[in-house]
Write a protein that binds this ligand. Sequence first.
Ligand code: CO
Length: 132
Amino acid sequence: MIKGISHLGVAVKDLEESREFYRKVFGLESSDPILGGDGTIKVSLVDTGNVLIELLQPIGNEGVMAKFLEKRGEGFHHICYEVENIAAEVDSAKSKGLEVLGEIRSGAEGKTAFLHPRDTHGVLVEFVEKEE
Ligand code: CO
């Protein structure tokens, strides 16, 4: 069961410049950057009051985020739904013929998994089951 939207992922070229943009233009603070994607991205979360904006900057020219930026430029990258039970959600998606990218993995927020955008009307979908 989906509980709501946890965050929206946005690809950016320069994380510090983007954080400064959100601070100056919208008055929104963001978390200190952490490494993600096995060290291929830098991530910061902007607190909008309800849904978070996840700013994603690639490190170097390898990795999926670098390739995304090269191909598509800056902008919307993925939508993340908070779910009650990620294993059940992944099983349900698979049973409906959707491609799950890799396995369920542990991230900063909890357990996460991704659905291929080809099966979801062009939107990369992330599920997160938060650990209390
Ligand atoms: Co995300």
